[in-house]
Design a binder for this molecule. Structure first.
Ligand SMILES: *Cc1c(COP(=O)(O)O)cnc(C)c1O
Length: 374
């Protein structure tokens, strides 16, 4: 194997807890070394066919799953360009939901932000009230807010949106799909997307999405959808198990192997493993506070926490970037808080291929680090 990059802990799997990109299993990394195949013809059809089956399981859908050679932001833009007409109601309570709003503006659509404090989940009743104005035909929401560790009530929001027949719900589940329960068909999500490098534990560069029939119909008529992210063309090519342009073949080889690993574990067992890691992290924060008197807290309120990422607020006197740097000296990688929260918080990505035992080792190191500094 190639040498580790200088900022990687370097000695073995299970020490890289960034909330994206996440650690990729060596077997999955290695799958990328296969030779190229043509992106038209039998071989790609066989590969896409195999991949489709696994992707449908992840999204809990019977529909075809779009495969885009772009980071997840590309499919967020696809959702906006194909799914918004007269106006976007953007539910904002973190950095990635703010990005959805900015994409709407950058694409020239009228956007209204429904701002919720970052430590609160969105209120479905407030969504209904705003939709009652008739000014919107699309709502954007982030399922698992990777910037704060919030899990927004997507199922409840979908129920509200369904009361408005011409409104589509666009869902970013980039750090959700594969780690947090999500049911694209049962919940009636009009467009739901994810990226390769979060809970799916693949290298970055691919993103995946599912569209409802209503979204597909809206896409057909969308005047400003452009070419690269034209979902109607993606759907047409998917019928032939192909993509409009050359896909990232090497990443697809990795995806095929990772989907087989996920199938072997079982999607429900995978969700359960993530929930167990999250609960262990939250309990550890409480223990440290109660046992050691450290003023730590989980940023997201109980009952609304993501199973894939936890943002922990640090006591005064502890600096996020310093904690992260010193933990790296101990051979472990985590993240600081996002944006303005950088100074006084840290984030642990307990997603992808990690397990409770590995997480326990990380928390042990972190505890020495934090308590030693008190
Ligand atoms: C990481 C992330 C994104 C952006 O994904 P890219 O692949 O970097 O474009 C969007 N939304 C959420 C919730 C994320 O965690």
């Amino acid at each position: 194997m190639a040498a580790f990059p200088p900022d990687s802990p370097g000695d073995g799997f299970g020490r890289f807890f960034l909330p994206g990109p996440t650690e990729v299993h060596p077997e999955v990394l290695e799958a990328q070394l296969l030779p190229m195949i043509g992106h038209r013809g039998d071989q790609i059809v066989a590969l896409m066919g195999e991949i489709q089956e696994g992707l449908r399981t992840l999204f809990r859908t019977e529909k075809p799953v779009f495969l885009s050679t772009s980071s997840a932001t590309g499919l967020m833009e696809a959702g906006v360009r194909n799914g918004v007409g007269r106006g976007l109601l953007a539910l904002v309570n973190g950095a990635f939901s703010e990005r959805f709003a900015r994409i709407g503006e950058a694409c020239g659509f009228p956007v209204e932000r429904m701002e919720t404090p970052w430590d609160r989940p969105h209120d479905p009743g407030e969504v209904a009230r705003r939709l009652g104005t008739g000014r919107f035909d699309a709502v954007s929401v982030v399922h698992s807010e990777t910037s704060t560790g919030m899990l927004n009530p997507v199922e409840e929001i979908a129920e509200v949106v369904h009361d408005f027949s011409d409104v589509l719900l666009l869902v970013d589940s980039v750090s959700g799909v594969g780690g947090a329960p999500l049911y694209a068909d049962k919940w009636g999500l009009d467009f739901v997307l994810t990226g390769s490098q979060k809970a799916l534990a693949l290298p970055p560069g691919l993103s995946f999405g599912v569209a409802s029939d209503a979204m597909a119909a809206r896409s057909e008529r969308a005047p400003g959808k452009g070419l690269y992210f034209d979902l109607t063309e993606h759907a047409r090519q998917l019928e032939k198990l192909q993509t409009p342009s050359t896909p990232a073949l090497s990443l697809m080889y990795a995806l095929r192997v990772q989907l087989a690993r996920i199938r072997a574990e079982g999607i429900e067992a995978r969700w359960e493993r993530h929930r167990t890691m999250a609960e262990r992290t939250w309990a550890w924060v409480d223990e440290l506070r109660d046992r050691r008197g450290l003023e730590l807290s989980v940023f997201a309120p109980a009952g609304h926490r993501s199973p894939t990422v936890t943002c922990i607020q640090l006591p005064t006197g502890l600096h996020g970037p310093r904690v992260v740097a010193e933990l790296r000296n101990r051979g472990y990688v985590i993240a600081t808080g996002y944006g303005e929260m950088k100074g006084d918080s840290i984030r642990i990505g307990h997603m992808g291929e990690h397990d409770v035992e590995g997480l326990e080792r990380l928390l042990g190191e972190l505890e020495v680090e934090l308590v030693g500094k008190e």
